[in-house]
Design a protein around this ligand. Structure first.
Ligand code: SF4
Length: 244
């Protein structure tokens, strides 16, 4: 049996990784990261840190990346139409699972760091579920373990610290969640941080400009009111840019 730990660079997946390494045969634990090519550089550095500190290898699954996805879809994701997760994470992950385990009849369990406390939609999370997934029209069952489903945020941070591991440095900058940067779910505080981060703001504006050109109208990654907020904090704003 192989235990595949889904790694995001965030605290919850780090706690799951430590939990798996502490409680299972290390050789059977396989950490996997789905790269959206839209992550913060500190997250990539954090993965290197985990590998070095824990003496493990994290498999990094390639996706087409956020820019290419938005160009292909002629659209940008938002909180309601969150196709980014499906296209950049779930599909590459299912493909990898199918090719490396399902098609070879190798038993596996996926371990994910989802917690009840995180949101309303997760408040009924069980510790173990069987989910049907598909790859190229073929269905298969993915057994998924949520070992920290009942843990509080405090317990997660304490468990990581107790194991002598640092969390992603983004938390120390005030981020509440770690994933893409920016992410459609960023809080206003995270938008404030983004406004002062010229490199990532430029990357966002480049994406918006690409899609605006394709659609022949100005579009923004965040809804207009949040984009206005971002601009009001922003050091970087092209002078000819108008929010629509
Ligand atoms: S982290 Fe955010 S932007 Fe990235 S795939 Fe998930 S929802 Fe989309």
């Amino acid at each position: 049996m192989k235990y595949i730990v889904s790694i995001s660079g965030g605290k919850d997946s780090t706690a799951c990784l430590l939990y798996a390494l502490n409680n299972l045969n290390r050789d059977d634990v396989i950490p996997v990261f789905c790269d959206t090519k839209w992550e913060h550089e500190l997250t990539y550095e954090y993965l290197d840190y985990l590998e070095h500190k824990l003496n493990i290898s994290i498999i990094r699954l390639e996706s087409e990346g956020m820019l290419s996805l938005c160009i292909r879809k002629k659209f940008m994701p938002n909180r309601i139409m969150r196709f980014c997760t499906k296209e950049l994470k779930i599909k590459p992950f299912n493909k990898w699972l199918y090719e490396n385990f399902v098609s070879k009849n190798i038993d596996f369990i996926v371990i994910q760091g989802i917690r009840r406390e995180e949101s309303k939609s997760r408040e009924n999370t069980l510790t173990f579920v069987e989910k049907k997934q598909t790859y190229k029209g073929k269905s298969f069952i993915v057994k998924t373990l949520y070992p920290i489903a009942y843990w509080s945020e405090k317990e997660v941070f304490e468990y990581i610290a107790k194991n002598g591991i640092e969390v992603n440095p983004l938390y120390k900058r005030g981020f509440t969640r770690v994933g893409c940067y920016p992410c459609v779910f960023n809080s206003k505080y995270e938008l404030m941080l983004l406004a002062d981060d010229e490199e990532y703001l430029q990357r966002l504006r480049n994406l918006e400009n690409e899609i605006s050109k394709i659609l022949n109208k100005k579009v923004t990654f965040f809804p207009p009111e949040r984009d206005k907020f971002l601009r009001s904090k922003s050091l970087f704003a092209p002078p000819d840019y108008q929010v629509v």
